[in-house]
Design a protein around this ligand. Structure first.
Ligand code: IDP
Length: 156
């Protein structure tokens, strides 16, 4: 498969999304779009993992609350693959603050406040690679080709 179709992003349903039973809706949107699930785990993240994951935000005033929120319950961590999946995944999630997220986006449709915005998505290819490696072992990433592949991609 051509390398541009192999781009990967890290998507996680946050504890509020889990408690509110929105895991299925989020998976459904990525599946319907045509992206391919490569890895998924239901897990309770510890503070050490979350501090690494959000290290770029460690100086923000909301950082302690963010770690508390993200460690307060299970998350559904996933890796999705496909053409332009990082940028498209962010578009599907909507703006960080649900007050600014357009209707039709995941955050625009399912949540209200920035500190309870139900879903994470990598913001660049570089951070996606870092996040995938932080949350998953290489052996947990499944290599497979969906039978629908030629119905999603023109030339592969
Ligand atoms: P992103 O999740 O859309 O990439 P970031 O700026 O990286 O946005 O922030 C990470 C997470 O931190 C957000 O998704 C949200 O849960 C939380 N967050 C961001 N800004 C605020 C804030 O102003 N107050 C409370 N929580 C915030």
């Amino acid at each position: 498969m051509a390398p541009q179709y192999r781009e990967r992003t890290f998507i996680a349903v946050k504890p509020d999304g889990v408690h509110r039973h929105i895991i299925g809706d989020i998976i459904k949107r990525f599946e319907q779009k045509g992206f391919k699930l490569v890895a998924m785990k239901f897990t309770q993240a510890d503070d050490a993992l979350l501090q690494k994951h959000y290290s770029a935000l460690s100086k923000k005033p909301f950082f302690p609350d963010l770690i508390k929120y993200m460690s307060s319950g299970p998350v559904c961590a996933m890796v999705w693959e496909g053409l332009n999946v990082v940028k498209t995944g962010r578009t599907m999630l909507g703006a960080t603050n649900p007050m600014d997220s357009a209707p039709g986006t995941i955050r625009g449709d399912f949540c209200v406040q920035v500190g309870r915005n139900i879903c994470h998505g990598s913001d660049s290819v570089e951070s996606a690679n870092t996040e995938v490696a932080l949350w998953f072992k290489p052996a947990e990433l499944v290599n497979w080709d969906p039978v629908a592949k030629p119905w999603v991609y023109e030339d592969d």
